[in-house]
Design a protein around this ligand. Structure first.
Ligand SMILES: *Cc1c(COP(=O)(O)O)cnc(C)c1O
Length: 228
């Protein structure tokens, strides 16, 4: 617990520093603690230390943890199969991993059936790595134009994952490109689209991401790994 508390304090200090560098405050940055490697007891512990938002990348694990710590806000950050949408709907505050048109259709369809809005971020594969999910930056504009037809799905911004690297500076152009894409497309008027969130930055690169305009970061190992 003390150890976790210290990691949270350390993280918050660094978030604040990076936020200041980009002319913002730490309250402008939403920390999503990625709990995929730890159990519900650790989530509860982090909650007791003041963390309110948690992310998981697998539906079954997510549902299990939501049941254990329902007072937290939960985020889906991993690849989502369309046949799992039904189980998830109404239980998460944000889906970060809307990465293809078929999924957008299913989120909207299920949202309509349930009579709820479905907030999601469009995942963009800026780095163009083949194994990575997400639409290419060239496809984003058309995706948003078409998303105007939806009545339940609400696209609220973008998410990206930078390449793994030993030199964190290499992530900077990736984050900058997504920020610029958001700025450019924010000038357009879309139905059911409000580009307010940029979910980018993980344990290795959250400071660079914040400096480049992230307002949501997804941090796992820096909080929960034993050796971090
Ligand atoms: C695991 C994961 C994270 C957190 O990664 P860390 O390097 O442990 O901070 C962030 N985003 C996604 C999509 C993940 O799968």
């Amino acid at each position: 617990m003390d150890n976790l508390k210290q990691k949270i304090q350390y993280l918050n200090r660094r978030i604040e520093k990076a936020a200041l560098k980009s002319g913002r405050e730490n309250t402008d940055i939403l920390l999503v603690a990625v709990s995929k490697t730890v159990d519900s007891a650790s989530v509860q512990m982090a909650y007791n230390c003041g963390i309110r938002n948690f992310g998981e990348n697998r539906v079954q694990e997510l549902l299990k943890k939501i049941d254990s710590v329902p007072q937290a806000r939960w985020h889906m950050i991993g690849r989502l199969q369309t046949n799992k949408v039904k189980e998830l709907l109404g239980k998460v505050s944000l889906i970060h991993s809307l990465d293809r048109w078929k999924l957008a259709e299913e989120l909207d369809r299920r949202g309509k059936m349930a009579g709820i809005e479905v907030p999601a971020l469009l995942q963009v594969n800026i780095s163009g790595e083949e194994q990575k999910a997400g639409v290419s930056s060239a496809e984003v504009k058309d995706f948003l134009d078409s998303a105007g037809q939806f009545s339940s799905l609400r696209i609220q911004g973008f998410m990206t994952i930078a390449p793994m690297t030993d030199n964190v500076e290499e992530t900077r152009p990736v984050f900058r490109e997504l920020f610029e894409l958001k700025q450019n497309l924010s000038k357009r008027r879309y139905n059911n689209v409000e580009l307010k969130y940029l979910s980018m930055g993980m344990s290795q690169d959250y400071e660079v991401a914040i400096e480049e305009g992230a307002n949501i970061i997804r941090v796992g190992s820096a909080l929960f790994a034993h050796d971090a």
